[in-house]
Design a protein around this ligand. Structure first.
Ligand SMILES: *Cc1c(COP(=O)(O)O)cnc(C)c1O
Length: 437
C-alpha cells in the first residue's frame, strides 16, 4: 500500500491527550510542527502509522523557547557564551513575579504615574552611598554610550592608547564612541601613559577623560597607567568604565576596580555591567555625580536604552536578596570542591573518573589572570561531545586529553544531575576508554 494513505490526519494525531496538553503549554504551532515532522517520518516509511503520535510527543520541545539551561562545568565563572551571570533564586523569583502586569511605573498609593524602576534604583543607591545619582540602562556598553552621547556629542574625549579595548565579538570601545559622534584624542602609547599626556591633550573641546578598565586582558612589563586619583586633578570630569560591576572592593580580586572606590578616587561617573561580577541581570549601571546622572537620565538617547521590568526586578532582587552565585563562586572553598569531586569520582569510578585539582577563572567578567583554586572530575575526553547532548547539556573543558568537569561553577545541588548526565551518555555512547592517570 502507498504509505501516504496510511499517514494519520493531523486532527486525529492532535487529539492524543499528550499532544492536547502540550498545546496548552507550548502553543499549537510548536505541537503542529512536531506532528508534521512525525507525519513526514511516517510518509517516508521510517515509522509506522500507529507510532505517529508517540513520535510527535518525542519531538516536542521542552519549552517554547529554544534557549536551554546548561550546566556550566567549565570553571569559568562569568561565561559569556553561557549567558554570563546565573541569577540568584531571589532574582529568578523576582523576574517571574514581574513578568505579568506589574507596578513598574505606577504609584499604587496615588494611582498616578510612578517613577520607573524606583525600587531597583534605590537599592543601587543604597549599595553605593558614594554615588549621588544612579541610572540603569540595557548593558555596560549602553551605559558608556549614554555617557558619551549625553556629555560629549560633537566634542572630544581623551583616552589612553593602552585602554582602547575590544570588548568581544569584534566590538571596540573607540569605534563605539566614534559612532556616537564623539571625537577621540588618543594619548600615550600601548604600554605607557602619564598624567602630562592627558593634561597636554585637554582644551575647551574636551568633554571628559575616559578611563577604561582593561577587564579582559593584562599587559605586563614596562607599563604605566594613570590612576583615577591622578586623573581627577585634571580640569575635566573623569568617566571610568570599570566593566565588571563590583560595587565594593573584593578581597580575592585586588586589581579589579570597584564602583565605590573609583568614585571616592574622584571619578565623576562610573559605568559598569550588571551581569558580570555583580551577578545580576544584563544591565548597564551609571553611578556618580547627581547632576551628571540627572542630565543623562533625561537625555533623549536614554529612552532608547531603557531597561524592561524583568531587568529592574532581577537587579533589585540581586542587590537586596541573598548573595548571588557569581560572588559566591569567587569565595568557594577549594577543599569543599575537592571533596565533591572525590565523591563524584567515586560514583563514576567504573568509568575511570578521577578527582583532580583545577584552576577556575573569572572569565569575560573581568580579573584576567586571576586563578581560582578549584577541583574537577576528570573523565575520558570522548565524553565531551555526548555530554553537550544530554538534558541538561553539560559543558566542560578538555585539557591534556581528558575532559574536566570543574565544580567551581556547578551548584552543589546539581552534582546528582552531573552524574546522571554522565551515566546517560555512557549508556548511549558505549563504555568509554578509562581515563589515564
Ligand atoms: C564588559 C565590558 C563592557 C561592556 O559591557 P556589556 O555589559 O557587555 O555591554 C565595557 N567596558 C568594559 C571595561 C567591560 O569590561
Amino acid at each position: 500500500m502507498d504509505p501516504r494513505r496510511a499517514v494519520p490526519r493531523t486532527d486525529r494525531v492532535l487529539a492524543d491527550p499528550r499532544l492536547t496538553a502540550a498545546a496548552v503549554r507550548l502553543g499549537e504551532r510548536l505541537v503542529k510542527r512536531a506532528v508534521g515532522e512525525a507525519q513526514e517520518a511516517c510518509r517516508s516509511g521510517r515509522i509506522s502509522a500507529d507510532h505517529v503520535a508517540d513520535d510527535a510527543v518525542a519531538r516536542l520541545p521542552a519549552s517554547a523557547t529554544s534557549l536551554r539551561p546548561v550546566l556550566n562545568a567549565t570553571g569559568v565563572v562569568v561565561h559569556t557564551n553561557l549567558g554570563r551571570a546565573p541569577l540568584s533564586p531571589a532574582a529568578v523569583d523576582a523576574v517571574t513575579r514581574a513578568a505579568g502586569t506589574t507596578d513598574v511605573e505606577l504609584d499604587l498609593t496615588t494611582g498616578q504615574r510612578g517613577s520607573r524602576g524606583a525600587g531597583a534604583l534605590a537599592a543601587l543607591a543604597e549599595a553605593v552611598p558614594d554615588a549621588g545619582g544612579v541610572h540603569v540602562v540595557g548593558n555596560g556598553a549602553a551605559a558608556l554610550a549614554l555617557a558619551a552621547r549625553g556629555l560629549a556629542a560633537g566634542r572630544d574625549v581623551v583616552l589612553a592608547r593602552g585602554e582602547m579595548v575590544e570588548i568581544g565579538d569584534g566590538f571596540r570601545i573607540p569605534e563605539l564612541l566614534e559612532s556616537l559622534g564623539v571625537g577621540l584624542r588618543e594619548v600615550g602609547t600601548t604600554n605607557r601613559v602619564r598624567l602630562t599626556d592627558y593634561a597636554d591633550a585637554i582644551d575647551d573641546d574636551v568633554a571628559f577623560v575616559l578611563k577604561v578598565h582593561p577587564s579582559n586582558f593584562r599587559v605586563s612589563g614596562f607599563v604605566s597607567a594613570v590612576p583615577v586619583e591622578e586623573l581627577a586633578k585634571l580640569p575635566v570630569p573623569v568617566v571610568a568604565d570599570i566593566g565588571s560591576g563590583l560595587l565594593a572592593p573584593h578581597p580575592r580580586l585586588p586589581d579589579e576596580p570597584d564602583a565605590a572606590g573609583t568614585l571616592r578616587a574622584g571619578a565623576a561617573l562610573v559605568t559598569a555591567s550588571g551581569d558580570k561580577l555583580l551577578g545580576g541581570p544584563q544591565a548597564g549601571l551609571l553611578l556618580g555625580d547627581a547632576d551628571l546622572v540627572r542630565r543623562l537620565r533625561r537625555h533623549p538617547f536614554a529612552r532608547a536604552l531603557r531597561v524592561d521590568k524583568l531587568t529592574l526586578a532581577a537587579l533589585e532582587a540581586t542587590l537586596r536578596g541573598p548573595e548571588p552565585p557569581v560572588p559566591a563562586m569567587l569565595t568557594a572553598d577549594p577543599a569543599m570542591l575537592r571533596r565533591r569531586a572525590e565523591d563524584l569520582a567515586a560514583e563514576l569510578a567504573d568509568l575511570g573518573a578521577q578527582a583532580v585539582d583545577s584552576v577556575g577563572a573569572v572569565g569575560g567578567g573581568g580579573a584576567p589572570g586571576v586563578e581560582l583554586a578549584s577541583a574537577a572530575v576528570a573523565l575520558p575526553s570522548a565524553l565531551a561531545d555526548p555530554l553537550r547532548a544530554t538534558d541538561p547539556p553539560v559543558v566542560g573543558h578538555v585539557r591534556d586529553g581528558r575532559l574536566l568537569l570543574d565544580l567551581l561553577t556547578v551548584p552543589e545541588e546539581d552534582d546528582a544531575v552531573l552524574v546522571a548526565a554522565v551515566r546517560a551518555c555512557d549508556r548511549t555512547a558505549g563504555r568509554a576508554e578509562p581515563v589515564e592517570g
